[in-house]
Design a protein around this ligand. Structure first.
Ligand code: P1T
Length: 386
């Protein structure tokens, strides 16, 4: 079935980019597990394909599906979220300045500061929850603004429309890492962003079984540059992974609904718990950017971050005691995960930056899965009871 942008999210999630296989009528796009395609005569290719690094039918179907879900024209897929992030940074040159929101995934922070800094690309960390900070940091060398919202791990919400409007006034490209929200909850291209980035490893994949990344844009020129870089650098996902992601996007809307309702109940439970000092969840009225979240997100996501009373000792005790929540890095799978950002996902962030952001020993991050919420709350209750 051919979808249009007017179809609802669920219809596009299941059908966009996919037609019955032209050879057999198979309803599911096959895994075209091939590195190359036979040519009729040198340079005369049968269809659209000559070599899988350049393009592959299974990857193309996934890319078309993702473009539709983000309300974009073009999508490109990568071997991981950081490979997608690196592709955007490769559009910059030595001497360029990049503004990076101050709270981001530790691996993103490392890539900007320890890999691209060496190529002469300057990264300036900015608390983008205050638009005045963005205005103050832009200069005539600024080429890119990188926004992650909700941020990892302190779940700050950045006003995408406000930041992209300032960027446009200065001719600066914006890229929004939409991993924590997923395309179901937030569509940054509609809010003025030039590029959307995803770690597909998280909600898009949803089953903790594959690594992947994606970039989506409406801008033909940006797409052509990124496509050239994708072909030249070669960080493409395997074909089997593309098939798994196509299978996963079919249920994204259903999974996200449950992630969001479970996370809200877990956040409310933790908010009442005497052992918890503070709960950060964009859906709670106490969240400092709750109004921005209401404005730009369909619902508030599956991530909950808490400060425990009792610092490292209390965190360690809770993390060792959980039974249903699994102590592991990553997020966005159907199973609930829990982790300690200061020791795990954000260990590579310099201690001074961690201290400034509040990534302390008492900070614990939960990726609330889609199990029965009463079981999840009972698990947290027994883990928090000393
Ligand atoms: O792991 P990879 O697919 O390369 O994705 C990197 C990445 C990019 N953006 C965000 C917002 C992310 O959270 C991640 C990866 N994050 C984790 C592994 C984590 O546990 O936070």
């Amino acid at each position: 079935m051919k979808t249009t942008p007017e179809h609802g999210f669920g219809t596009r999630a299941i059908h966009a980019g996919q037609q019955p296989d032209p050879t057999t009528g198979a309803i599911i796009t096959p895994i075209y597990q091939t590195s190359t395609f036979v040519q009729a005569s040198p340079g005369v290719i049968k269809g659209e394909y000559d070599y899988t690094r350049a393009a592959n039918p299974t990857r193309d179907a996934l890319q078309a599906n993702l473009a539709s879900l983000e309300g974009g024209k073009h999508a490109l897929c990568y071997a991981s979220g950081v490979a997608a992030t690196g592709a955007v940074l490769h559009m910059c040159s030595a001497g360029d300045r990049v503004l990076l929101c101050d709270d981001v995934y530790g691996g993103t922070n490392r890539l900007f500061h320890r890999v691209f800094a060496q190529l002469g690309i300057e990264t300036v960390l900015v608390d983008m929850t205050d638009i005045a900070n963005v205005r103050a940091a832009i200069n005539d060398r600024t080429r890119l603004i990188w926004i992650e919202t909700p941020t990892n791990p302190t779940l700050k919400i950045i006003d995408i429309e406000a930041v992209t409007a300032v960027a446009r006034q200065h001719g600066v490209i914006t890229c929004v890492d939409n991993t924590f929200a997923s395309p179901y909850l937030q569509n940054p291209l509609r809010l003025g962003a030039d590029i959307v980035c995803h770690s597909m490893t998280k909600y898009i994949g949803g089953h903790s079984d594959a690594l992947g990344g994606a970039l989506i844009t409406n801008d033909d020129e940006i797409h052509q540059k990124l496509k050239f870089l994708q072909l030249s650098e070669g960080a493409v996902p395997g074909v089997l992974e593309c098939f798994l992601y196509l299978r996963s996007t079919k249920t994204l809307h259903v999974r996200m609904e449950r992630h969001c309702s479970n996370a809200m109940k877990v956040a409310e439970y933790l908010d009442r718990h005497p052992g918890v000092e503070r709960v950060i969840y964009p859906g709670l009225a106490s969240h400092p950017q709750h109004d921005v979240a209401r404005k730009q997100m369909r619902a508030f996501g599956g991530m909950v971050t808490i400060y425990l009373k009792g610092g490292l000792e209390a965190s360690r005790r809770m993390l060792e005691r959980v039974q249903i929540f699994a102590l592991a890095e990553s997020l966005g799978g159907v199973e609930s995960l829990i982790e300690h950002p200061a020791i795990m996902t954000h260990a590579s962030v310099p201690p001074e930056q961690r201290a400034k952001l509040g990534i302390s020993d008492g900070l614990v991050r939960l990726s609330v899965g889609i199990e029965d919420v009463d079981d999840l709350i009972a698990d947290l209750e027994q883990a928090l009871t000393s």
